[in-house]
Design a protein around this ligand. Structure first.
Ligand code: AGP
Length: 368
């Protein structure tokens, strides 16, 4: 059943539209009595709470999912999180300690760099946690404990539904690890309530499909696309750009909006399309100011904002606006990536490239 395309033209398209369901299965049976129950972590929660730091390790989209999770994992657990691209950790032979908890994120559970980094972390005595979509994979067998994301089989080389399920799985992990902290109880309750309504918010945002196809047709001849994000949505910018480059074969870069003035601003002119993510969170006013600075340099802007915020983000009316449902700030990356997945999908089809099997890429990168 899961490996048929059904009424869809491509697996990537099917997997994008499946997300209300895949997110439901990621959470099924795990949100209980106002808390989170993750059977695969239960025995190790105390050790994780005592660790010196969490080290998130992955490649590509899985790395981006961990980056999206980082702010609220730090907030809810109080434990510092460091980020490691698996190959870079190995190249540097970076420090990993017995007091660390190393969290490996991989859809396939078979990515060579991630597995070598796992061997390295095991040799150094860290507690190793696996977050994977593949039951029985090398990652799930060789880690001490973990969470299966249960997103269902993902066939398209471009990872879509696994990304959103990875973020939700890591949100639940943060809720479980932080569940002994009374001071954050109200925040945890709000996030759990946000998780419950997330599949329906994702169904809503999928209605932007036609609009994203129109946007794609206005961008098919562009040579490059920049995506600016910050805070919870820095990862959204990186992941949106990764989708565009890997399937639509268009140069695209995700950038930290806070770094704009330190170089990227020189690229801005009336031709280069720039997506700015400016949904409601603590960074909103900073993003409003970024938009003004880009507009004053005649930037060609596409702004993603919360529903009803079009005039707040672009009072002049000179930007193209993508309005998305507003959800709990830390869950907003799950909603915000979906228009960008749709954009990458339509750009690919309109540019005439192979959606499910982009040139030079494999679903699972099992060599170094
Ligand atoms: C995602 O669209 C890419 N195809 C790629 O970056 C992928 O996420 C990466 O190779 C890691 O794969 P994994 O999650 O199976 O470890």
């Amino acid at each position: 059943e899961q490996i048929k395309k059904g009424s869809y033209d491509h697996y990537m398209q099917k997997e994008i539209h499946e997300q209300p369901h895949s997110l439901t299965t990621t959470m099924r049976g795990r949100l209980k009595d106002g808390g989170v129950l993750l059977g695969g972590l239960k025995e190790h929660l105390k050790t994780i709470r005592r660790c010196r730091r969490l080290v998130f390790i992955g490649c590509g989209t899985s790395y981006n999912a961990a980056l999206a999770a980082r702010p609220f994992v730090e907030e809810l657990t109080g434990i510092p999180v460091t980020m490691e691209v698996a190959s870079d950790l190995l190249d540097r032979q970076g420090p990993i300690y017995r007091e660390d908890t190393a969290v490996f994120v991989s859809q396939s559970g078979e990515t060579a760099d991630t597995l070598l980094a796992l061997d390295y972390a095991l040799e150094n005595g860290a507690l190793c946690v696996g977050i994977t979509n593949t039951v029985g994979s090398t990652l799930s067998r060789n880690t001490h404990c973990g969470v299966h994301i249960n997103a269902g089989c993902e066939i398209g080389v471009a990872s879509t539904k696994a990304y959103t399920s990875q973020i939700v799985a890591m949100t639940m992990m943060a809720l479980a690890v932080g569940s002994d902290q009374i001071s954050t109880q109200a925040r945890r309750d709000a996030i759990i309530s946000g998780l419950t309504s997330l599949p329906s918010n994702v169904s809503d945002v999928l209605k932007l499909d036609v609009g994203m196809k129109e946007l794609a047709s206005s961008l098919i001849d562009s040579e490059s696309l920049l995506v600016f994000g910050r805070g919870y949505n820095y990862a959204t910018a990186l992941e949106g750009a990764l989708k565009v480059k890997e399937v639509a074969l268009m140069h695209s870069e995700g950038m930290l909006a806070g770094e704009m003035k330190h170089g990227p601003l020189a690229l801005v002119d009336e031709n280069l399309p720039i997506i700015v993510i400016a949904t409601r969170d603590a960074c909103f006013s900073k993003q409003q100011s970024v938009i003004q600075q880009l507009l004053s340099r005649r930037g060609r802007l596409i702004v993603m904002c919360s529903k009803g915020d079009a005039s707040a983000v672009c009072p002049s009316g000179s930007c193209r606006v993508i309005e998305v449902p507003e959800v709990a700030d830390c869950l907003q990356p799950v909603v915000n990536i979906i228009p960008l997945q749709l954009l990458a999908y339509h750009l690919t089809v309109l540019r005439g490239f192979d959606v499910d099997q982009p040139r030079n890429l494999a679903k699972s990168v099992t060599t170094q």
